[in-house]
Design a binder for this molecule. Structure first.
Ligand code: HEM
Length: 421
Protein backbone atom coordinates (compact mmCIF):
# COMPACT_ATOMS: atom_id res chain seq x y z
CA UNK A 1 0.00 0.00 0.00
CA UNK A 2 1.26 3.49 -0.73
CA UNK A 3 2.08 6.09 1.81
CA UNK A 4 -0.15 8.96 0.73
CA UNK A 5 0.45 12.64 1.08
CA UNK A 6 -2.24 13.78 3.52
CA UNK A 7 -2.80 17.18 1.87
CA UNK A 8 -3.61 15.59 -1.45
CA UNK A 9 -6.13 13.20 0.03
CA UNK A 10 -8.02 16.03 1.62
CA UNK A 11 -8.35 17.87 -1.70
CA UNK A 12 -10.06 14.94 -3.41
CA UNK A 13 -13.46 16.12 -4.56
CA UNK A 14 -14.76 15.22 -7.99
CA UNK A 15 -15.74 18.09 -10.24
CA UNK A 16 -19.44 17.58 -10.88
CA UNK A 17 -20.26 17.66 -14.53
CA UNK A 18 -23.96 17.68 -13.82
CA UNK A 19 -25.27 14.29 -14.93
CA UNK A 20 -26.80 11.76 -12.56
CA UNK A 21 -23.82 9.41 -12.97
CA UNK A 22 -21.44 12.26 -12.07
CA UNK A 23 -23.34 12.89 -8.87
CA UNK A 24 -23.25 9.16 -8.06
CA UNK A 25 -19.52 8.88 -8.85
CA UNK A 26 -18.80 11.92 -6.69
CA UNK A 27 -20.68 10.29 -3.81
CA UNK A 28 -18.68 7.09 -4.26
CA UNK A 29 -15.35 8.95 -4.02
CA UNK A 30 -16.31 11.38 -1.27
CA UNK A 31 -15.05 10.15 2.14
CA UNK A 32 -17.92 11.97 3.89
CA UNK A 33 -20.46 9.64 2.25
CA UNK A 34 -19.16 6.66 4.21
CA UNK A 35 -19.83 8.17 7.63
CA UNK A 36 -23.51 7.30 6.99
CA UNK A 37 -22.77 4.02 5.22
CA UNK A 38 -21.51 2.99 1.77
CA UNK A 39 -23.48 4.37 -1.21
CA UNK A 40 -24.85 1.04 -2.49
CA UNK A 41 -27.73 2.64 -4.42
CA UNK A 42 -25.32 4.95 -6.28
CA UNK A 43 -23.04 2.00 -7.08
CA UNK A 44 -26.01 -0.02 -8.39
CA UNK A 45 -27.04 2.87 -10.70
CA UNK A 46 -23.48 3.21 -11.96
CA UNK A 47 -23.23 -0.53 -12.69
CA UNK A 48 -26.51 -0.34 -14.62
CA UNK A 49 -26.10 2.95 -16.50
CA UNK A 50 -22.46 4.06 -16.44
CA UNK A 51 -20.21 1.12 -15.47
CA UNK A 52 -17.11 2.79 -16.95
CA UNK A 53 -17.45 6.38 -15.87
CA UNK A 54 -14.94 9.27 -16.15
CA UNK A 55 -14.17 11.24 -13.01
CA UNK A 56 -12.06 14.34 -12.63
CA UNK A 57 -9.95 14.79 -9.57
CA UNK A 58 -8.29 18.18 -9.15
CA UNK A 59 -4.62 18.09 -10.09
CA UNK A 60 -4.61 14.39 -10.97
CA UNK A 61 -4.78 12.47 -14.27
CA UNK A 62 -8.18 11.64 -15.71
CA UNK A 63 -9.63 8.62 -13.94
CA UNK A 64 -12.33 6.07 -14.80
CA UNK A 65 -14.52 4.45 -12.17
CA UNK A 66 -15.13 0.77 -13.02
CA UNK A 67 -18.00 -0.74 -11.06
CA UNK A 68 -18.77 -4.08 -12.75
CA UNK A 69 -17.35 -7.38 -11.47
CA UNK A 70 -16.28 -8.45 -14.98
CA UNK A 71 -14.26 -5.25 -15.55
CA UNK A 72 -12.61 -5.46 -12.11
CA UNK A 73 -11.47 -8.99 -12.95
CA UNK A 74 -10.30 -8.09 -16.44
CA UNK A 75 -8.17 -5.14 -15.26
CA UNK A 76 -6.72 -7.11 -12.31
CA UNK A 77 -5.52 -9.86 -14.64
CA UNK A 78 -3.87 -7.68 -17.32
CA UNK A 79 -0.78 -6.11 -15.77
CA UNK A 80 0.67 -5.13 -19.17
CA UNK A 81 -2.19 -2.77 -19.94
CA UNK A 82 -2.98 -1.80 -16.35
CA UNK A 83 0.18 -1.00 -14.43
CA UNK A 84 0.67 -0.60 -10.68
CA UNK A 85 4.04 1.14 -11.00
CA UNK A 86 2.65 4.64 -10.50
CA UNK A 87 0.74 3.82 -7.36
CA UNK A 88 -2.50 2.07 -6.61
CA UNK A 89 -4.59 4.49 -4.58
CA UNK A 90 -5.99 7.91 -5.46
CA UNK A 91 -2.64 9.43 -4.65
CA UNK A 92 0.39 10.00 -6.85
CA UNK A 93 3.48 8.33 -5.43
CA UNK A 94 7.13 8.20 -6.28
CA UNK A 95 8.31 4.60 -6.17
CA UNK A 96 12.01 3.89 -6.00
CA UNK A 97 13.10 1.71 -8.96
CA UNK A 98 14.37 -0.91 -6.48
CA UNK A 99 11.25 -0.85 -4.32
CA UNK A 100 10.03 -4.17 -2.94
CA UNK A 101 6.51 -2.86 -2.19
CA UNK A 102 4.56 -5.59 -3.97
CA UNK A 103 1.36 -3.65 -4.69
CA UNK A 104 3.37 -0.98 -6.52
CA UNK A 105 5.48 -3.08 -8.89
CA UNK A 106 4.67 -4.91 -12.10
CA UNK A 107 5.89 -8.26 -13.43
CA UNK A 108 8.53 -9.45 -14.07
CA UNK A 109 10.08 -7.78 -11.00
CA UNK A 110 6.89 -8.31 -8.99
CA UNK A 111 7.14 -12.07 -9.49
CA UNK A 112 10.72 -12.15 -8.16
CA UNK A 113 9.83 -10.32 -4.97
CA UNK A 114 6.52 -12.04 -4.37
CA UNK A 115 8.21 -15.44 -4.61
CA UNK A 116 10.31 -14.51 -1.58
CA UNK A 117 7.34 -14.55 0.75
CA UNK A 118 4.68 -16.53 -1.13
CA UNK A 119 5.77 -19.74 0.53
CA UNK A 120 5.11 -18.42 4.03
CA UNK A 121 1.50 -17.64 3.12
CA UNK A 122 0.27 -20.81 1.41
CA UNK A 123 -2.78 -22.54 2.96
CA UNK A 124 -0.52 -25.34 4.20
CA UNK A 125 1.96 -23.05 5.87
CA UNK A 126 -0.55 -20.77 7.54
CA UNK A 127 -2.24 -23.74 9.25
CA UNK A 128 0.92 -23.92 11.40
CA UNK A 129 -0.31 -20.72 13.01
CA UNK A 130 -3.72 -22.14 13.92
CA UNK A 131 -3.00 -23.33 17.51
CA UNK A 132 -1.63 -19.93 18.52
CA UNK A 133 -4.49 -18.15 16.69
CA UNK A 134 -7.01 -20.27 18.57
CA UNK A 135 -5.40 -19.39 21.87
CA UNK A 136 -5.60 -15.67 21.00
CA UNK A 137 -9.27 -16.07 19.98
CA UNK A 138 -10.12 -17.91 23.22
CA UNK A 139 -8.50 -15.19 25.34
CA UNK A 140 -10.46 -12.56 23.41
CA UNK A 141 -13.74 -14.42 23.96
CA UNK A 142 -13.04 -14.92 27.70
CA UNK A 143 -12.27 -11.23 27.98
CA UNK A 144 -15.54 -10.07 26.36
CA UNK A 145 -17.56 -12.58 28.42
CA UNK A 146 -15.98 -11.11 31.56
CA UNK A 147 -16.85 -7.59 30.39
CA UNK A 148 -20.44 -8.24 29.30
CA UNK A 149 -20.56 -4.85 27.55
CA UNK A 150 -17.70 -4.01 25.21
CA UNK A 151 -16.58 -2.35 21.98
CA UNK A 152 -16.07 -5.07 19.38
CA UNK A 153 -13.53 -3.03 17.39
CA UNK A 154 -10.70 -2.81 19.94
CA UNK A 155 -11.81 -5.80 22.04
CA UNK A 156 -12.32 -8.35 19.26
CA UNK A 157 -11.47 -7.26 15.73
CA UNK A 158 -8.35 -5.16 16.23
CA UNK A 159 -6.95 -7.46 18.90
CA UNK A 160 -7.27 -10.58 16.74
CA UNK A 161 -5.74 -8.97 13.63
CA UNK A 162 -2.88 -7.43 15.54
CA UNK A 163 -1.91 -10.56 17.44
CA UNK A 164 -1.92 -12.68 14.31
CA UNK A 165 0.15 -10.35 12.15
CA UNK A 166 2.59 -9.80 15.01
CA UNK A 167 3.10 -13.58 15.21
CA UNK A 168 3.68 -13.78 11.49
CA UNK A 169 6.28 -11.03 11.67
CA UNK A 170 7.95 -12.42 14.80
CA UNK A 171 7.22 -9.34 16.92
CA UNK A 172 7.50 -10.13 20.65
CA UNK A 173 4.33 -9.63 22.73
CA UNK A 174 5.62 -6.58 24.60
CA UNK A 175 6.26 -4.62 21.36
CA UNK A 176 2.94 -5.31 19.65
CA UNK A 177 1.17 -2.11 20.56
CA UNK A 178 4.04 -0.10 19.04
CA UNK A 179 3.70 -1.91 15.73
CA UNK A 180 -0.04 -1.36 15.86
CA UNK A 181 0.38 2.37 16.50
CA UNK A 182 2.91 2.79 13.69
CA UNK A 183 0.92 0.84 11.13
CA UNK A 184 -2.22 2.82 11.97
CA UNK A 185 -0.36 6.09 11.50
CA UNK A 186 1.36 5.12 8.26
CA UNK A 187 -1.15 3.29 6.09
CA UNK A 188 -3.67 4.88 3.83
CA UNK A 189 -5.83 3.65 6.68
CA UNK A 190 -8.36 6.11 7.88
CA UNK A 191 -6.21 8.96 6.75
CA UNK A 192 -9.28 10.90 5.65
CA UNK A 193 -10.87 10.48 9.06
CA UNK A 194 -10.34 13.31 11.57
CA UNK A 195 -9.95 10.74 14.38
CA UNK A 196 -6.87 9.26 12.71
CA UNK A 197 -5.51 11.70 10.11
CA UNK A 198 -1.84 12.05 10.97
CA UNK A 199 0.15 15.22 10.36
CA UNK A 200 2.96 14.78 7.82
CA UNK A 201 5.35 15.00 10.76
CA UNK A 202 3.59 12.26 12.75
CA UNK A 203 3.52 10.09 9.64
CA UNK A 204 7.25 10.57 9.08
CA UNK A 205 8.02 9.83 12.71
CA UNK A 206 5.92 6.67 12.74
CA UNK A 207 7.72 5.40 9.61
CA UNK A 208 11.14 6.23 11.09
CA UNK A 209 10.30 4.46 14.38
CA UNK A 210 8.95 1.41 12.58
CA UNK A 211 12.02 1.14 10.34
CA UNK A 212 14.36 1.51 13.30
CA UNK A 213 12.42 -1.21 15.13
CA UNK A 214 12.61 -3.49 12.09
CA UNK A 215 16.38 -2.87 12.11
CA UNK A 216 16.55 -4.07 15.73
CA UNK A 217 14.63 -7.27 14.93
CA UNK A 218 16.97 -7.90 11.99
CA UNK A 219 20.07 -7.31 14.14
CA UNK A 220 18.71 -9.72 16.76
CA UNK A 221 18.21 -12.47 14.19
CA UNK A 222 21.64 -11.89 12.66
CA UNK A 223 23.20 -12.22 16.12
CA UNK A 224 21.16 -15.10 17.59
CA UNK A 225 20.17 -16.98 14.43
CA UNK A 226 17.18 -17.10 12.10
CA UNK A 227 13.83 -18.48 13.29
CA UNK A 228 10.76 -19.67 11.37
CA UNK A 229 9.14 -16.23 10.99
CA UNK A 230 8.73 -14.23 7.80
CA UNK A 231 11.49 -11.77 8.66
CA UNK A 232 13.97 -14.63 8.92
CA UNK A 233 12.80 -15.96 5.54
CA UNK A 234 13.38 -12.51 4.04
CA UNK A 235 16.86 -12.31 5.56
CA UNK A 236 17.78 -15.62 3.98
CA UNK A 237 16.26 -14.74 0.61
CA UNK A 238 18.13 -13.61 -2.50
CA UNK A 239 16.93 -11.87 -5.66
CA UNK A 240 19.27 -12.34 -8.63
CA UNK A 241 21.97 -13.53 -6.24
CA UNK A 242 21.63 -10.46 -4.00
CA UNK A 243 20.27 -10.28 -0.47
CA UNK A 244 17.53 -7.75 0.22
CA UNK A 245 18.93 -4.41 1.33
CA UNK A 246 17.81 -2.52 4.43
CA UNK A 247 15.21 -0.41 2.60
CA UNK A 248 13.64 -3.47 1.02
CA UNK A 249 13.43 -5.29 4.37
CA UNK A 250 11.76 -2.22 5.88
CA UNK A 251 9.28 -2.09 3.01
CA UNK A 252 8.28 -5.74 3.44
CA UNK A 253 7.88 -5.30 7.18
CA UNK A 254 5.75 -2.20 6.76
CA UNK A 255 3.65 -3.73 3.96
CA UNK A 256 2.75 -6.79 6.00
CA UNK A 257 2.13 -4.83 9.21
CA UNK A 258 -0.27 -2.51 7.39
CA UNK A 259 -1.94 -5.01 5.05
CA UNK A 260 -2.64 -7.51 7.83
CA UNK A 261 -4.06 -4.98 10.24
CA UNK A 262 -7.05 -2.94 9.16
CA UNK A 263 -8.32 -5.39 6.52
CA UNK A 264 -9.10 -8.33 8.80
CA UNK A 265 -10.18 -5.94 11.55
CA UNK A 266 -12.90 -4.37 9.42
CA UNK A 267 -14.09 -7.69 8.01
CA UNK A 268 -14.65 -8.92 11.56
CA UNK A 269 -16.40 -5.73 12.65
CA UNK A 270 -18.76 -5.71 9.64
CA UNK A 271 -19.35 -9.42 10.19
CA UNK A 272 -20.28 -8.97 13.85
CA UNK A 273 -22.65 -6.16 12.85
CA UNK A 274 -24.31 -8.20 10.08
CA UNK A 275 -24.67 -11.27 12.30
CA UNK A 276 -26.21 -9.14 15.04
CA UNK A 277 -28.78 -7.95 12.50
CA UNK A 278 -29.45 -11.54 11.36
CA UNK A 279 -29.98 -13.62 14.53
CA UNK A 280 -31.05 -16.77 12.67
CA UNK A 281 -27.76 -16.80 10.75
CA UNK A 282 -25.85 -16.16 13.97
CA UNK A 283 -27.60 -19.12 15.59
CA UNK A 284 -26.70 -21.29 12.61
CA UNK A 285 -22.99 -20.50 13.06
CA UNK A 286 -23.19 -21.07 16.83
CA UNK A 287 -24.67 -24.57 16.34
CA UNK A 288 -23.02 -25.71 13.10
CA UNK A 289 -19.30 -24.95 12.84
CA UNK A 290 -19.24 -26.63 9.42
CA UNK A 291 -21.26 -23.63 8.13
CA UNK A 292 -18.41 -21.27 9.05
CA UNK A 293 -16.09 -21.56 6.00
CA UNK A 294 -18.92 -20.46 3.66
CA UNK A 295 -19.85 -17.73 6.15
CA UNK A 296 -16.28 -16.40 6.02
CA UNK A 297 -16.59 -15.88 2.24
CA UNK A 298 -19.90 -14.06 2.73
CA UNK A 299 -18.37 -11.85 5.41
CA UNK A 300 -15.59 -10.97 2.98
CA UNK A 301 -18.03 -10.20 0.16
CA UNK A 302 -20.32 -8.23 2.45
CA UNK A 303 -17.63 -6.15 4.13
CA UNK A 304 -15.08 -5.68 1.30
CA UNK A 305 -12.71 -3.76 3.60
CA UNK A 306 -10.53 -2.46 0.75
CA UNK A 307 -13.08 -0.74 -1.49
CA UNK A 308 -10.94 0.05 -4.50
CA UNK A 309 -7.47 0.09 -5.93
CA UNK A 310 -6.24 1.82 -9.04
CA UNK A 311 -4.04 1.09 -12.02
CA UNK A 312 -2.48 3.35 -14.68
CA UNK A 313 -3.35 2.56 -18.30
CA UNK A 314 -0.24 1.89 -20.41
CA UNK A 315 -1.83 1.95 -23.92
CA UNK A 316 -5.05 3.26 -25.45
CA UNK A 317 -7.75 0.73 -24.68
CA UNK A 318 -11.54 0.31 -24.89
CA UNK A 319 -13.60 -0.91 -21.92
CA UNK A 320 -17.37 -1.22 -22.10
CA UNK A 321 -17.49 0.92 -25.24
CA UNK A 322 -15.49 3.79 -23.66
CA UNK A 323 -12.11 4.79 -25.09
CA UNK A 324 -9.50 5.16 -22.38
CA UNK A 325 -6.19 6.82 -23.20
CA UNK A 326 -2.70 5.75 -22.12
CA UNK A 327 -1.82 7.60 -18.91
CA UNK A 328 -5.39 7.67 -17.57
CA UNK A 329 -6.17 5.97 -14.27
CA UNK A 330 -8.74 3.22 -13.71
CA UNK A 331 -10.31 2.69 -10.29
CA UNK A 332 -11.43 -0.89 -9.81
CA UNK A 333 -14.25 -0.87 -7.30
CA UNK A 334 -14.26 -4.13 -5.32
CA UNK A 335 -17.20 -3.15 -3.11
CA UNK A 336 -19.32 -2.55 -6.19
CA UNK A 337 -18.11 -5.77 -7.87
CA UNK A 338 -19.19 -7.67 -4.77
CA UNK A 339 -22.75 -6.38 -5.12
CA UNK A 340 -22.95 -7.03 -8.87
CA UNK A 341 -26.35 -8.61 -9.60
CA UNK A 342 -24.89 -10.26 -12.74
CA UNK A 343 -22.72 -12.43 -10.49
CA UNK A 344 -24.46 -12.66 -7.11
CA UNK A 345 -28.14 -13.53 -6.75
CA UNK A 346 -29.89 -11.28 -4.23
CA UNK A 347 -26.61 -9.36 -4.04
CA UNK A 348 -27.90 -6.92 -1.42
CA UNK A 349 -28.88 -9.71 1.00
CA UNK A 350 -26.51 -11.01 3.64
CA UNK A 351 -26.67 -14.81 3.47
CA UNK A 352 -23.99 -16.94 5.09
CA UNK A 353 -25.32 -20.03 3.31
CA UNK A 354 -24.78 -18.69 -0.22
CA UNK A 355 -22.33 -20.49 -2.48
CA UNK A 356 -19.44 -18.15 -3.23
CA UNK A 357 -19.63 -16.97 -6.83
CA UNK A 358 -16.13 -15.48 -6.78
CA UNK A 359 -16.12 -12.37 -4.59
CA UNK A 360 -13.49 -9.71 -5.23
CA UNK A 361 -12.66 -8.78 -1.62
CA UNK A 362 -9.08 -10.06 -2.12
CA UNK A 363 -8.86 -8.42 -5.54
CA UNK A 364 -9.99 -9.52 -8.98
CA UNK A 365 -7.37 -12.27 -9.38
CA UNK A 366 -4.06 -12.08 -11.16
CA UNK A 367 -0.57 -11.42 -9.92
CA UNK A 368 -1.43 -8.99 -7.10
CA UNK A 369 -4.16 -11.22 -5.59
CA UNK A 370 -4.02 -10.76 -1.82
CA UNK A 371 -0.98 -12.51 -0.40
CA UNK A 372 -2.65 -12.84 2.99
CA UNK A 373 -5.92 -14.39 1.72
CA UNK A 374 -5.37 -17.83 3.30
CA UNK A 375 -4.11 -16.29 6.52
CA UNK A 376 -7.12 -13.97 6.72
CA UNK A 377 -9.56 -16.81 5.96
CA UNK A 378 -8.08 -18.95 8.72
CA UNK A 379 -8.08 -16.07 11.17
CA UNK A 380 -11.74 -15.26 10.47
CA UNK A 381 -12.78 -18.91 10.70
CA UNK A 382 -11.00 -19.51 14.01
CA UNK A 383 -12.48 -16.38 15.57
CA UNK A 384 -16.03 -17.28 14.47
CA UNK A 385 -15.59 -20.85 15.71
CA UNK A 386 -14.55 -19.63 19.15
CA UNK A 387 -16.92 -16.68 19.45
CA UNK A 388 -20.47 -17.67 18.55
CA UNK A 389 -20.79 -21.04 20.34
CA UNK A 390 -19.75 -19.29 23.57
CA UNK A 391 -21.51 -15.96 22.99
CA UNK A 392 -24.55 -16.92 20.87
CA UNK A 393 -26.51 -13.80 21.90
CA UNK A 394 -23.79 -11.34 20.95
CA UNK A 395 -25.61 -8.20 19.80
CA UNK A 396 -24.69 -4.70 18.71
CA UNK A 397 -26.28 -2.16 21.07
CA UNK A 398 -25.81 1.16 19.23
CA UNK A 399 -25.25 2.42 15.71
CA UNK A 400 -21.72 1.72 14.43
CA UNK A 401 -19.35 4.64 14.22
CA UNK A 402 -18.14 4.40 10.64
CA UNK A 403 -14.77 5.43 9.22
CA UNK A 404 -14.66 8.55 7.08
CA UNK A 405 -12.87 6.99 4.11
CA UNK A 406 -13.69 6.13 0.52
CA UNK A 407 -10.79 3.64 0.46
CA UNK A 408 -11.17 1.52 3.60
CA UNK A 409 -14.69 0.31 4.43
CA UNK A 410 -14.20 0.72 8.14
CA UNK A 411 -15.93 0.74 11.50
CA UNK A 412 -14.27 2.65 14.34
CA UNK A 413 -16.54 1.74 17.25
CA UNK A 414 -19.14 -0.99 17.64
CA UNK A 415 -20.78 -1.13 21.10
CA UNK A 416 -21.88 -4.67 21.91
CA UNK A 417 -23.31 -6.88 24.62
CA UNK A 418 -22.86 -10.58 25.23
CA UNK A 419 -26.60 -10.62 25.90
CA UNK A 420 -26.18 -12.06 29.37
CA UNK A 421 -25.79 -8.85 31.38
C1 HEM B 1 -9.85 -9.67 5.14
C2 HEM B 1 -8.59 -9.49 4.96
C3 HEM B 1 -7.95 -8.93 3.71
C4 HEM B 1 -8.48 -8.36 2.60
C5 HEM B 1 -9.95 -8.12 2.30
C6 HEM B 1 -7.39 -8.01 1.72
C7 HEM B 1 -7.52 -7.41 0.48
C8 HEM B 1 -6.50 -7.20 -0.41
C9 HEM B 1 -6.66 -6.63 -1.72
C10 HEM B 1 -7.97 -6.14 -2.32
C11 HEM B 1 -5.44 -6.61 -2.31
C12 HEM B 1 -5.10 -6.10 -3.72
C13 HEM B 1 -5.28 -7.19 -4.74
C14 HEM B 1 -5.01 -6.73 -6.16
O1 HEM B 1 -4.42 -5.67 -6.38
O2 HEM B 1 -5.37 -7.50 -7.08
C15 HEM B 1 -4.50 -7.16 -1.35
C16 HEM B 1 -3.14 -7.29 -1.59
C17 HEM B 1 -2.26 -7.67 -0.60
N1 HEM B 1 -2.56 -8.17 0.65
FE1 HEM B 1 -4.38 -8.38 1.46
N2 HEM B 1 -6.22 -8.37 2.32
C18 HEM B 1 -6.51 -8.95 3.54
C19 HEM B 1 -5.62 -9.46 4.46
C20 HEM B 1 -4.26 -9.49 4.30
C21 HEM B 1 -3.33 -10.03 5.26
C22 HEM B 1 -3.71 -10.67 6.60
C23 HEM B 1 -2.08 -9.85 4.72
C24 HEM B 1 -0.72 -10.20 5.22
C25 HEM B 1 -0.25 -10.50 6.21
C26 HEM B 1 -2.24 -9.23 3.42
C27 HEM B 1 -1.21 -8.91 2.58
C28 HEM B 1 -1.38 -8.41 1.30
C29 HEM B 1 -0.26 -8.10 0.43
C30 HEM B 1 1.22 -8.25 0.77
C31 HEM B 1 -0.81 -7.63 -0.76
C32 HEM B 1 -0.08 -7.19 -2.02
C33 HEM B 1 0.08 -8.38 -2.93
C34 HEM B 1 0.78 -8.07 -4.24
O3 HEM B 1 0.70 -6.93 -4.73
O4 HEM B 1 1.39 -8.99 -4.79
N3 HEM B 1 -3.58 -9.04 3.20
N4 HEM B 1 -5.17 -7.52 -0.21
Amino acid sequence: MNIPKPGLVRSLVTEHQGGAADVDAAAVLDPDTYVDGAPFAALARLRADAPVHPVRLPGLPKAWLLTRHADVRMVSRDTETFSSMQGNTLVEVEMSPTSAMLPGIDPPRHVLYRKLINQGFTARNVTRLEPQMRKVARDIVDDVIAKGEFDAVPDISAEMSLQVIADVLGVPAEDRMDVFRWSNAIGTLGIEDPDYAPTPQALGEAAAEMFSYCGELVAHRRKYGLTDDILSALLAAEVDGEKLNRDQLNEFFMLLAIAGNETTRNTLSHGILALSEHPAQRALLARHPDAIPAAVEELLRWSTPVMHFRRTVTRDVEIGGRRIAAGDWVLIHYLSANRDEEVFERADEFDVTRADAGHAAFGGGGTHFCLGAQLARLELRVLLEELYPKVPELAVTAAPDRLRSSFFHGIKRLPCTTGTA
